[in-house]
Structure formats: C-alpha cells, structure tokens
Design a protein around this ligand. Structure first.
Ligand code: B1M
Length: 212
C-alpha cells in the first residue's frame, strides 16, 4: 500500500476513528512504519502547518489533528521495539520552556525507548531549572531537547548554560532537534548532537554513547 491520502485526509480533518482504521489498514497491507509516519501522518501535519500559515485554519483545528496523529502513533508504538532488554543509556527529554509542541518529541521518545534507551520524559514547557534538577536526580547520559518555535530555540542555550552552571555539562551529552533547529544552531550553542528526525535521533544517540 503506498497511497496514504485517506490517512492524511483523516488526520487533517481530525477524524480519529477513520485515521485509526486507515493506520491499521496500512499496517495490515504491509506498509512500513516509516512510510505510514512520513507519507501519512507527518505529511498531514505539514499540510496543517501550511494551511495555518495561510490563515486557512486556526489553533483548534491544529489541536484536533495533533490529537488524531498522537492516537495513530500509539498504534505504531509496538513496531518501534528493537527487542533489547538491557538499557543502552538514560535519556532525559523534554520540550523547552514556552513551547507546547510534543508530537515530534513523543516520537523521539518512543523510538529511543523502542531502541533500548531508558526514557525520562519531562513533557512540554520545561524550564532550564527543571532539566537541571531532574538531571541531578536521575543522572542521565543524554539530555535531549525539542523546540518547534523559532522563539523557543534560545531556551536550549539557556538550558545548556544552566547545566554548565550546575557542574553537569561534562557529565551529560546534549542532543537537540525540532523543525526550526539546525546542525549549525547545534554547533553554535555547543550541543553535542543534532538530529533532524526521530530515526536519526536514535542512531545519533547510539553514536554519542558508543553503543550499537
Ligand atoms: Co504550532 N506551530 N503553534 N501548534 N504547529 C508550528 C510549529 C508552525 C511551523 C506552524 C506554521 O505557522 N506553519 C509555527 C511555528 C513557526 C516558527 O516559529 N517557526 C507554529 C505556531 C506559530 C504555533 C503557535 C504560536 C500558534 C498560535 O497560537 N498562534 C502556537 C504556539 C504554542 C506554544 O507552543 N507555546 C502553536 C500551537 C500548536 C498546537 C498546540 C495547536 C499544536 C501542537 C499540539 C501538540 O504538539 N500536542 C500545533 C501543531 C500541531 C503544529 C504543526 C501544524 C505540526 C507540528 C507537528 O506535530 N509536526 C506545526 C507545523 C509543522 O510542523 N509543519 C506547527 C509533526 C511532528 C512529527 O514533527 O515536531 O517537527 P516535528 O518532529 C520531527 C522533527 O522535528 C524531529 O523528529 C520529528 C520527526 O521524526 N524532532 C526531533 C522533534 N524534536 C526532536 C528532538 C530531537 C531530535 C529530533 O532530539 C532531542
């Protein structure tokens, strides 16, 4: 099955029932999780973003689509599993302060969890002090930050500075990502790694920690 239009349309409409049925149909037809995500679910969210930019839709419609996508993603979650039982490392993850977008961050969490990392998810709108406090408590290998707004990207630098101030910067690797974030920005704020999508977040995390 390589036509994901019915799935995308259902996500755009915020029709959870049809979207779930279409996701299941695609899975039954042997479509890859990657295709269902990229060609069906993420494509729909990109279309919502474009419509929002043009003033054709408003926040409530985006919310309905987001909820629909989240429900479909839950259906895919078991397929993210790589079958590992030993933890590859501890990842403390959150969407930075001022930012409420969590679909991408949740995908990253699910895929990393499925790949054998232990995930501590702080949710959205996470202040730098909260990252620091939790890092002191759980001693993660990686602090992972997501931002979807260009206005919230500076909170990533704030968090890196806060980790530094708390004497933790040398003890953790910092990974950042999210639609407006770039490799160049990661270098600028001296993050250890940048990943453009959830799949590469997994491979980059493995590389950072030297695990396979
Ligand atoms: Co908002 N929003 N939104 N939104 N929203 C965007 C991001 C926007 C691009 C839409 C647009 O204008 N075209 C725009 C940002 C512009 C900018 O700053 N560059 C925008 C805006 C402006 C806003 C508000 C300000 C709107 C308003 O209120 N006037 C507001 C801000 C609220 C806030 O955060 N304080 C707002 C609100 C919302 C909703 C709450 C309604 C909803 C979010 C619901 C939710 O997340 N639970 C929402 C949505 C749904 C979107 C769009 C349509 C979709 C985002 C999404 O989930 N994409 C989005 C447009 C778009 O992205 N095309 C838009 C799918 C998701 C899988 O992709 O999150 O990019 P993404 O994750 C990817 C990668 O980026 C990467 O992996 C994922 C894929 O595998 N990744 C990482 C993400 N985090 C990573 C971390 C990593 C590594 C990789 O390592 C740690």
């Amino acid at each position: 099955m390589d036509d994901f239009k019915a799935l995308s349309d259902a996500v755009i409409k915020g029709d959870i029932k049809t979207a779930l049925a279409e996701t299941q149909k695609a899975m039954d037809a042997g479509s890859s999780v990657r295709d269902i995500l990229n060609k069906g679910l993420i494509a729909a969210m990109d279309e919502m973003g474009e419509r929002f930019s043009k003033g054709l839709i408003y926040v409530p419609q985006m919310l309905r689509s987001a909820k629909t996508m989240q429900e479909c993603t839950k259906l895919l979650e078991p397929f993210f599993q790589e079958g590992d039982v030993i933890s590859k490392g501890k990842v403390l993850i959150g969407t930075v302060k001022g930012d409420l977008h969590d679909i991408g961050k949740n995908l990253v969490s699910m895929m990393m969890g499925g790949a054998g990392f232990t995930i501590i998810d702080l949710g959205v709108d996470v202040p730098s002090a909260k990252f620091v406090q939790k890092a002191q408590e759980v001693e993660p290998d990686i602090v992972a930050m997501s931002a979807l707004l260009s206005t919230t990207m500076p909170a990533m630098l704030e968090t890196i500075k806060a980790l530094q101030k708390a004497g933790l910067r040398d003890k953790v690797k910092v990974m950042i990502g999210g639609a407006p974030v770039t490799e160049r920005y990661a270098q600028k704020i001296k993050a250890d790694s940048y990943a453009s999508d959830a799949g590469s977040a997994v491979s980059k995390a493995k590389k950072l920690l030297g695990v396979s």
